[in-house]
Design a protein around this ligand. Structure first.
Ligand SMILES: C[S@@+](CC[C@H](N)C(=O)[O-])C[C@H]1O[C@@H](n2cnc3c(N)ncnc32)[C@H](O)[C@@H]1O
Length: 227
């Protein structure tokens, strides 16, 4: 553990894969009240899915939204994707944390940008088309749900084949985004955690997933039957 500018820092290590083929990631966390300074339980689950899909990641352009400590984006970069990390432009310390995760893994070719969900800033408007959007535990405050979907749907307009891979931690069974998907023309498929060996309280040598109920979804632009 180290201390910088009066704030304690710790490093967490995650190991995906086996002894013969693996991906080891170091994530610095800052002991701070901000949500984006810690690795959340959804994050190793999404990163494990990325590791499972690594053969299709090579050469793809991947954007992580609400990245915080950026574990999924870092794994995507280590699997050969061109990665852009983003968090809210309102939280510069989270953007610094995204950059710190790149540094801790010797990844110098990752871009970090401020993208606030629901805001059509130059950073979003000028964003290059991406193949995959990643979102780990972004759906945690219901007030943000539509802004996230609007941002994702906007990015998908640039490349209609773009997929949104996201993990969601169940905090209330009454929450739903079904009406938002319908409103913004998206469809969603749930991916069983057992299909990529993520249905365990321990993952990537981390106990973070614990007993939380986590879901993995892939969202796509709905192709209308009359188009
Ligand atoms: C629960 S944390 C998850 C962080 C990280 N993805 C993980 O799973 O470890 C939610 C993240 O969303 C970011 N965030 C919150 N509101 C946002 C907004 N309006 N636009 C973009 N990012 C936002 C926070 O800064 C934080 O990094």
């Amino acid at each position: 553990m180290s201390c910088s500018k009066g704030r304690q820092k710790i490093e967490k290590f995650f190991k995906f894969g086996s002894n013969s083929e693996n991906c080891i990631v170091c994530i610095p966390e800052v002991l701070d009240g901000n949500y984006g300074m810690y690795v959340w339980p959804c994050s190793p689950v999404l990163a494990q899915y990325i590791w499972y899909q690594r053969s299709q990641l090579k050469g793809k352009t991947v954007l992580e939204i609400g990245a915080g400590t950026s574990l999924p984006g870092i794994v995507a970069a280590k699997c050969g994707a061109t990665v852009i990390l983003s968090d809210s432009s309102d939280y510069p310390q989270c953007l610094e944390n995204c950059a710190a995760s790149c540094g801790a893994n010797n990844l110098s070719n990752i871009t970090v940008v401020g993208i606030k969900w629901g805001q059509f800033t130059p950073e979003l408007l000028n964003l290059q088309p991406v193949d995959i959007i990643l979102g780990s535990d972004c759906f945690f405050e219901t007030k943000d749900f539509e802004d996230i979907i609007v941002t994702v749907a906007f990015i998908m307009q640039k490349r209609p084949s773009t997929e949104f891979w996201c993990t969601y931690q169940e905090r209330s069974s009454s929450r739903s985004i079904e009406y938002l998907l319908l409103k913004w023309g998206l469809e969603c498929t749930e991916i069983g955690l057992e299909t990529f060996e993520a249905d365990s309280p321990t993952l990537a040598e981390s106990t973070l997933p614990g007993n939380h109920t986590i879901h993995m979804y892939i969202m796509k632009k709905k192709i209308s039957s009359d188009s």
